[in-house]
Design a protein around this ligand. Structure first.
Ligand code: SAH
Ligand code: SF4
Length: 435
């Protein structure tokens, strides 16, 4: 059992967080303080380019200005309060927001291959790294891959960030967009939490900032991909999600390196289609017809598969861009030959690629993993039908960090201790994660 000090919300700071304020709004703020506009630029750089955790660290500011700011503001980055490391190098962070709510964020050195075939920069890089693909093809979908023995094609690490220095070519960060989720997909652990609240743009981008800081990442030297595939449904927190995209871009991560996954919120997909700057889209299809989809994703009653495909079709895709359709394989439910044909019919004529995800188990979820033979047949049949199809590398399953396993993996058991500021809350790692 691990314990840690958790702010229980009583006596929480009243200082306003600056991280999350857009560079334009920082200009207004600096103006109201009677300062020159270049101070806003310095502040934006300190917050987003240098990711400084404290106003004390902004040494380009005179002490008097720092003190003025400190009277009302704080940087307000969220905090990593617990971490777990998988045998495959993946790390799961429990990240606490100012009000004590926590979400999970996953750091995956070398990524999970989710971008392959979608036309993004990350996909192009993977295409040229046959050892990754060979490693996957040679291993059953549910086996962790070995990371240590891969040759590093660029052993020269001069002028590279900490990723390259450690032998990795890139890392992917999986970010949460809400505390919990309202969508209630029957196969997903996050659904068990229900929805507690939306995250703000600063809290969404802040997860990336603290993960980058922890891993000493130098953007520009290290290649970072982002996937909005953690806890929550980003398209039910659309404005904060898109504000976070713009902040993350300002931090130095281009939108071509970001992918957002949605369970299928039709009006938000249509809004997304209008965005001049947007990440790549992944739609959690997960079933080949409405009846099966309704049984595993009740939200299908609101927007059926055809409505979602119509909305996806309204997105003006770049020349090399593909929409990713995620498909969680649930043994006996959606992984049989008749389902393959239905998927092929649905996706005919679309610029689509499919990411197959072998279902990751969780306590109290009544599904089975598909057999390796069914996974293999499904994979090969989709490819034979003309759809580029990939099997997502399962990352961090042993620490509950894989897709659909994020549920603030802690049991919160209040200790019978005096309540009040600084009261201790016991957090214990979930028992018996799957092997
Ligand atoms: N809410 C968004 C993004 C987070 S879930 C969405 O649903 O798309 C990210 C992906 O994990 C989705 O494709 C979802 O279908 C998948 N997923 C959820 N639970 C899973 C599980 N137990 N095993 C494997 N994949 C899962
Ligand atoms: Fe929410 Fe996505 Fe999980 Fe469905 S799969 S409950 S939308 S996090």
């Amino acid at each position: 059992m691990k314990t840690l000090q958790q702010n229980d919300g009583v006596g929480t700071t009243t200082l306003k967080p600056l991280f999350g304020t857009s560079p334009d709004d920082l200009k207004l703020l600096v103006q109201t303080l009677g300062q020159s506009p270049y101070r806003a630029t310095q502040l934006a750089e300190a917050l987003y380019r240098h990711r400084l955790p404290s106003l004390d660290d902004i040494t380009t500011f005179p002490i008097a200005l720092r003190e003025t700011l400190q009277a009302a503001y704080t940087v307000g980055l969220p905090e990593i309060v617990q971490s777990a490391r998988s045998i495959d190098g993946t790390e799961r962070y429990l990240i606490r927001m100012a009000d004590g709510e926590t979400v999970e964020t996953v750091w995956m050195p070398d990524g999970d291959g989710g971008e392959r075939g979608d036309g993004s920069e990350a996909a192009e890089e993977e295409r040229n790294e046959p050892d990754l693909i060979a490693a996957e093809q040679g291993s059953p979908a549910d086996q962790p891959l070995r990371y240590d023995s891969r040759p590093n094609p660029r052993p020269d690490t001069r002028n590279r960030g900490s990723l390259a220095a450690n032998g990795y070519r890139r890392a992917t960060i999986c970010i949460s967009s809400q505390v919990g989720c309202a969508v209630n997909c029957q196969f997903c652990l996050t659904a068990k939490l229900g929805i507690r609240r939306n995250l703000t743009a600063g809290e969404i981008a802040g997860q990336v900032a603290v993960a980058l800081n922890r891993n000493n990442v130098k953007l520009g030297q290290d290649r970072i991909n982002l996937v909005f595939m953690g806890m929550g449904e980003p398209f039910l927190n659309y404005d904060a999600f898109m504000d976070a995209v713009r902040l993350l871009r300002f931090m130095g991560i281009p939108e071509s390196r970001m992918t957002v996954s949605t369970s299928g919120i039709e009006p938000s997909i249509r809004r997304f289609a209008q965005e001049p700057i947007r990440p790549k889209l992944a739609l959690s299809l997960n079933a080949s017809n409405d009846a099966v989809r309704e049984s595993i994703m009740p939200i299908t009653r609101k927007w059926n598969i055809q409505a979602l495909l119509d909305a996806v079709n309204s997105i003006p895709l770049g020349k090399r861009e593909y929409v990713t359709f995620e498909y969680v394989l649930l043994g006996g439910i959606n992984d049989q030959p008749q389902h393959v044909q239905e998927v092929l019919d649905l996706l005919a004529g679309l610029k689509a690629k499919v990411n197959l995800i072998v279902w990751n188990p969780g306590p109290g979820i009544p599904y089975h993993q598909p057999s390796p033979e069914d996974v293999d047949r499904f994979h090969k049949s989709l490819i034979a039908g003309g759809i580029p199809t990939f099997i997502r590398r399962p990352r961090g399953r042993d620490i509950y960090a894989a897709c659909g396993q994020l549920k603030r993996t802690v049991d919160e058991t209040p200790v019978p201790a005096p309540a009040g500021p600084g009261a201790l809350v016991q957090l214990s790692l979930a028992a018996n994660p799957p092997a």
